[in-house]
Write a protein that binds this ligand. Structure first.
Ligand code: HEC
Length: 111
């Protein structure tokens, strides 16, 4: 299945690894090493920018330059799971759970 960016349909994949594989890996690569070529996709593996959960939460909700926003296509739970997965996998080892409530709060505070 190919996720459609910009559609309001919600992805059905559950779990951070599944969301990562289905949605993020296309640009950031399955192992998170990123890519450069037609575009430049930063590595998420061993990325110190993930130390503070608020940063990746904002990037995923708002988008940033060539990175699309996933505010409409992923649920709070899915965003919490994928960021929790990233912060504890792919060579990252940051503590602290990311909860769906935090994502909901971040959505409110951006308005
Ligand atoms: C269509 C390609 C694309 C997809 C899909 C994508 N990203 Fe990105 N992402 C980017 C690009 C390009 C950037 C760099 C943006 C910039 O120039 O600031 C980026 C940046 C980021 C950053 C900031 C990295 C840093 O060190 O500043 C995070 C975190 C991130 N993406 C997470 C994700 C997650 C999680 C997903 C899946 C839900 C995802 N991305 C899906 C293209 C993508």
């Amino acid at each position: 299945m190919t996720p459609t960016f910009g559609s309001r349909a919600h992805f059905t994949e559950e779990g951070g690894a599944a969301v990562y594989a289905a949605v993020c890996a296309a640009c950031h690569m399955p192992d998170g090493r990123g890519a450069s070529g037609a575009g430049s996709y930063p590595a998420l593996a061993r990325n110190p920018d993930l130390a503070t959960a608020a940063y990746p939460i904002a990037v995923v909700l708002l988008g940033q330059k060539a990175m699309p926003s996933f505010a409409e296509t992923l649920s709070n739970q899915q965003i919490a799971e994928v960021i929790g997965y990233l912060r504890t996998h792919l060579g990252n080892n940051y503590t602290g759970d990311v909860t769906a409530a935090e994502i909901a709060a971040a959505r409110v505070s951006k308005n």
